[in-house]
Design a protein. Sequence first.
Length: 167
Amino acid sequence: ITETPMLLVRGNERMLSPERAIRRILVPLDGSVCARQALPLAVDLAAQAKAELTLLSVVTPPYLQTPEVMGAYLQYDEALEVVRGRLGDELGGYKQVLAEHGVTVTPMAVSGLPGEAIVDEAIDLCADLVVMATHGASGLRRWALGSVADKVLHSITVPLLLVRAKA
């Protein structure tokens, strides 16, 4: 995996048309330092293109039907709200840059499996670009990408900009 951000585009006419502008950028964030490393590039691209920026966090629901987990379901909606609030905090010092360039930022938290939810939201939002970090914690290909980045890479139909995170 390269240290340079890598743009992956599927080879179809719609994606490769020269008049295709970047209007919506989706940035998946999981609260980790690695994931946040994609944010500076996404902010810069959004500012230059005057694109909308959507910060996405995916909360995986508890699946087991045990008494311990059933209590977790009661707090699940609250957890989604907390995550939405934290997404705004992820921007930190970028808020002023985005405001100066008139970039709209939408924090979004959804429920599901991260890889599938990122692909689904990219389609639902009509995202023109997804910018995400790989976790970069190992030398092997799948683990170098991270399982979520690998899932997105193999499933997404919109351009994907992968930023190698420094562990």
